[in-house]
Ligand binder design. Structure first.
Ligand code: ADP
Ligand code: MG
Length: 391
């Protein structure tokens, strides 16, 4: 399988490139030295449900790691275990050399940001941000200075005296962020912090959070169920399902080389096509060789086809060393603004989605529903996963 590094795939992000980014990126990391997190064999049950099932996870010092999975997969449980707000049944969590599994939350020196902001409504902005400092006995002018610096970092200078109910959703989340990092936490944890914001603001805040992370240099664990958000923000992504860690890798590898059908299906769009394996381990789709299973024991293999990696080939195109060609009938072509999506029914009626740009250069050779079309897949873009496709 080819692992070409690519830009974040798919359609354009909608982020306006002229947008002024709010956090300075040139500042050197400040605060305490970043710590790695080492999680071993972590299990947490609620009755018969394994919210976490023997999870092993290493978060590198200073990295931005995202826990990505569907609702109910155990993301919050894992984050709360790191923060100390729940007690796992077994396992170990280390911050650097320190075993923290028995350490109460307030002694873990962790900053937390929640989807709900969880600000104190009766305190103004400055008092909210200053609260963690107050708890640590930092008073007077030092506290005021650090609150002011934090306000500046999140682009809210001058907002200190405002009441929380005088702020927009995005501003509230910036206050929550400032409160989470103002005391120089060893670890920063965020649980779906952008979910309450509208799409445009969310995409802008994704980039801002990335910049903030670079500035602070603090080890960060971020939770989202949004695969696009995870691809946009993360150094590495931990894909979680049913309390288990399924795959841990960079966004590029998770997207280009998913470990199984769950990851392939959950991240990005795909059509899954079952393959036949011969005795020598060669893998075929409809008689065309697409890859090799090698010495692997598995009998079931699946070809994962990403819509944006397919293209319309000329009428006479045939499979060769470079390209796999599938022939079919154009069922539907739908304009979606920045791209167009076509559905092509190949031989047995299986529908394959093809995404192409709307720049005028990228149009398919045929565009009338019912036309015979050939779609091409570069062999470098072939993704093969073990097992049958997800139900
Ligand atoms: P996520 O954050 O990925 O949506 P959670 O960690 O909240 O998932 O939940 C994982 C599983 O544990 C789910 O099945 C959920 O219903 C269960 N769970 C979480 N918290 C509790 C709780 N306090 N009591 C009982 N079950 C819980
Ligand atoms: Mg959750």
């Amino acid at each position: 399988m080819d692992r070409r590094a690519r830009a974040v795939p798919g359609e354009c992000t909608g982020i306006d490139s002229r947008l002024k980014l709010s956090f300075a990126v040139t500042d050197a990391p400040q605060g305490t030295t970043a710590l790695p997190i080492e999680i071993r064999d972590l299990t947490k049950r609620y009755g018969s449900v394994y919210a976490l099932n023997s999870v092993d996870l290493d978060v590198h010092s200073g990295e931005f790691l995202t826990l990505l999975g569907p609702s109910g997969s155990g993301k919050t449980t894992l984050l709360m275990a790191i923060a100390g707000f729940n007690r796992p049944d077994s396992g170990s969590i280390r911050f650097g050399e320190d075993e923290v599994i028995l350490t109460p939350p307030h002694k873990r020196e962790v900053g937390m940001v929640f989807q709900s902001y969880a600000l104190f409504p009766h305190m103004n902005v400055a008092d909210n941000i200053g609260f963690p400092l107050k708890l640590r006995g930092i008073t007077g002018s030092e506290r005021a200075t650090r609150v002011e610096e934090a306000l500046e970092t999140v682009q809210l200078s001058g907002f200190g005296a405002r009441n929380i109910d005088q702020l927009s959703g995005g501003q509230r989340q910036r206050v929550a962020l400032a409160r989470a990092f103002v005391f120089g936490p060893r670890i920063l944890l965020m649980d779906e912090p952008l979910s309450a914001l509208d799409k445009k603001l969310r995409e802008r805040m994704q980039i801002e959070l990335k910049h903030l992370h670079r500035k602070l240099g603090v080890t960060t664990v971020y939770v989202t169920h949004d695969q696009r958000e995870a691809l946009t923000m993360s150094d590495r992504i931990a894909v979680i399902n049913d309390g288990e860690l399924i795959q841990l890798d960079t966004p590029e590898v998770i997207y280009n080389s998913p470990a199984n059908a769950f990851v392939a299906d959950f991240i990005g769009e795909s059509t899954m096509l079952p393959l036949k394996r011969d005795d020598a381990g060669a893998l075929f789709f409809r008689g065309q060789k697409v890859g090799d299973a090698g010495a692997d024991e598995g009998k079931d293999w699946t070809l994962v086809v990403r819509p944006e990696r397919l293209f319309f080939a000329g009428a006479g195109a045939e499979t060769d060393d470079q390209t796999i060609v599938l022939k079919g009938v154009l069922r539907e072509a739908v304009f979606q603004g920045e791209s167009e999506m076509a559905l092509v029914a190949i031989d047995d009626g299986t529908e394959v989605a093809v995404r192409f740009g709307t720049s005028g250069r990228a149009s398919p050779a045929a565009s009338i529903t019912g036309d015979q079309v050939s779609i091409g897949l570069d062999r470098n873009d072939v993704i093969i996963i073990p097992g049958e496709q997800a139900a």
